[in-house]
Design a protein around this ligand. Structure first.
Ligand code: FAD
Length: 550
């Protein structure tokens, strides 16, 4: 045993990507005015792993150690000295802390309550930008370090995949232990007397959750603040992609009592994009996850309630209000409803597809999938922008990347900037007039058989992963029978809705049921871009006002 304080002798981290800036004297003075200054002694805990709603701390003098597993493994992640501040993005999202802050060297700290911090951010744009950038960058570092809860399971398990998707899409740092290749994973299960059949297992601090539901994990982690909604909201938004987030932000900022829910995570499909290159104002692109985090924080700051995971499974409309039934059994009532549930990618019509869906066939190319196919051959099906973006980002790690399209010209369906980039890239090859006829492999995908549509010849392509981007089907099962839809299940809005003579016409973006609007990818004829989803989400709020007034 040693009496040395945690993090003794450890240097402060460098200011990588703006993660660890120093506050200047003026900024510290403004924080002092908003909070209180107090002396601290070594060993004092400022906030604890698992604590939600903790205060903002800046260091005047002395040093604070940031510790994972305080009192257990005591792993020191960083040390902060004078003019540095504590916390990461979870503080602004109201999530529980997953590290503990312990005073290493005696000194003075400035402590500011979350409510006062919110006011200060609104008044002080430069400080707010500095903290936000640092918090976003710190979250990325923590994700890389795999600090946080442990998830033990098999890469081939659907439940493990469901939990990984939830953690990844909510940008939670966690340590993934794959039973297929990590001997420590098995040893840990044995130590906990857990049978492999009870996996996946999530270990959050001292809680061990055996094949938990997504809601159980969210509650253990303090992700997505819940709290009962009021008996009747002005506006309920179902779906938290760019369209739903924009609607939440505008709804709350324009004085509507606004509640937004999402089944998995705020950010939607856009949140899974490694880099959105065509969103106005970001000339070098912006990672989808960062856009989602920024938008969710902004919407919450303006007063929207964002709840996750909350899946809508049914709807009842009655006399000017709408009741949304959730998978949990809860009901949310709203005077108006904005449907922003987006769409999911179509699947290939192959009998063996399902077998490989947890073992090499993917519908999104996020960091998680990119890691699986490092240094391996990859095949992508589809000729749209999503396929193009996946090819460009995956080819940074994959050994090779082949894009299969049914037609003869990639430029017909893909933006020019992506086609140009693909043509310049030496590890990406485009195979035209091809379709996949078979998937091959033992436990996991190893090859795909493709047919040349002109000659009928078959060829086998080596593939550790197959990415499928062949169009989308809308998330509208829960709305069937309530609003008019097109033949593919996308929601009809505005002029596309057929109205009996003499009946009131729906507004633009309004569905066949007055007071229910549909925005973004879920509505018939949508553009399927982040910018258009954001535009429609914002516009719909103006129409909601008109409907409420009418
Ligand atoms: C990998 C990838 C990269 C992309 N890159 C770009 C790009 O660079 N530029 C661009 O302009 N577009 C891009 N797109 C397209 C763009 O992301 C979408 O057009 C946009 O996200 C649509 O927004 P949305 O809000 O309508 O729906 P979505 O983003 O699909 O969000 C819908 C949300 O609703 C939730 N949901 C679904 N059903 C329910 C339910 N029953 N209850 C509660 N919640 C539910 C989902 O969990 C999801 O979060 C990309 C798409 C992908 C997949």
């Amino acid at each position: 045993m040693t009496d040395e304080p945690l993090g003794a002798g450890m240097e402060e981290p460098a200011n990588r990507n703006g993660a660890f800036p120093r506050l200047d004297d003026d900024q510290l003075a403004r924080l002092r005015a908003a909070g209180r200054v107090r002396a601290v002694e070594p060993g004092e805990v400022l906030f604890r792993e698992g604590e939600a709603g903790y205060d903002f701390f800046a260091v005047e003098s002395g040093a604070i150690a940031i510790v994972q597993g305080y009192g257990r493994e005591n792993h020191v992640v960083a040390v902060h000295g004078p003019h540095r501040f504590l916390g990461e993005i979870g503080l602004l999202k109201g999530e529980a802390a997953y590290v503990t802050a312990v005073v290493r060297d005696a000194g003075e700290i400035v402590q500011v309550a979350p409510g006062r911090m919110k006011e200060l951010f609104i008044a002080d744009e430069a400080l707010s930008n500095l903290v936000l950038q640092a918090y976003l960058a710190r979250r990325s570092i923590l994700i890389e370090l795999e600090v946080g809860e442990k998830l033990i399971g098999s890469r081939y398990s659907r439940d493990a995949r469901r939990l990984r998707q939830f953690l990844d899409r909510n940008r939670r740092p966690y340590h993934w232990m794959d039973l297929e290749e990590d001997e420590d994973a098995e040893a840990l299960l044995r130590a906990l007397a857990i049978e492999p059949a009870d996996t996946p297992v999530v270990i959050v601090r001292d809680q061990v959750l055996r094949n938990p539901s997504t809601a159980e994990v969210a509650s253990a982690l303090g992700v997505g603040a819940r709290g009962a909604p009021p008996a009747m909201c002005d506006l309920v938004i179902v779906g938290g992609g760019p369209a739903g987030l924009a609607a939440a932000l505008y709804g709350a900022s324009e004085g509507l009592d606004t509640q937004a829910i999402d089944a998995v995570a705020f950010g939607g499909q856009a949140g899974t994009s490694m880099s959105i290159q065509n969103y106005l104002g970001f000339p070098t692109g912006i990672p989808g996850s960062e856009l989602a985090d920024r938008a969710a924080i902004q919407a919450r700051r303006l007063g929207a309630r964002l709840v996750v995971p909350a899946e809508a499974v049914g709807l009842a409309s009655d006399d000017g209000h709408h009741s949304i039934q959730l998978a949990s059994g809860d009901v949310i009532n709203g005077r108006t409803l904005i449907v922003a549930t987006g769409a999911r990618y179509r699947r290939l019509d192959l009998p063996e597809l399902e077998r490989y869906e947890s073992a090499g066939v993917y519908y999104a190319a996020t960091e998680m999938e990119a890691r699986f196919c490092a240094d391996a051959p990859v095949v992508i099906v589809g000729g749209g922008n999503s396929a193009g973006q996946a090819a460009v980002s995956l080819s940074r790690r994959a050994a090779s990347c082949q894009i299969l399209i049914r037609g003869g010209d990639l430029g017909k369906s893909m933006s020019r900037y992506l086609v140009d980039e693909i043509e310049r890239h030496e590890r990406i090859e485009v195979l035209t007039h091809r379709e996949v006829t078979e998937l091959k492999g033992d436990d996991a995908l190893a090859a795909v058989v493709v047919r040349d549509r002109r000659t009928g010849e078959h060829a086998e392509l080596e593939a550790r992963a197959l990415f499928v981007f062949i169009g989308a089907s809308p998330h509208t099962d829960w709305l069937r029978g309530h609003v008019a839809m097109d033949d593919h299940g996308f929601v009809l809005t505005g002029r596309d809705v057929e109205v009996p003579d003499g009946s009131e016409r729906p507004f633009f973006l309004e569905t066949s049921r007055l007071g229910i609007f549909a925005v973004g990818d879920v509505h018939s004829g949508s553009i399927k871009r982040v910018a258009s989803a954001v535009g429609e989400g914002s516009m719909a709020v103006r129409l909601v006002h008109q409907r409420l007034a009418a």
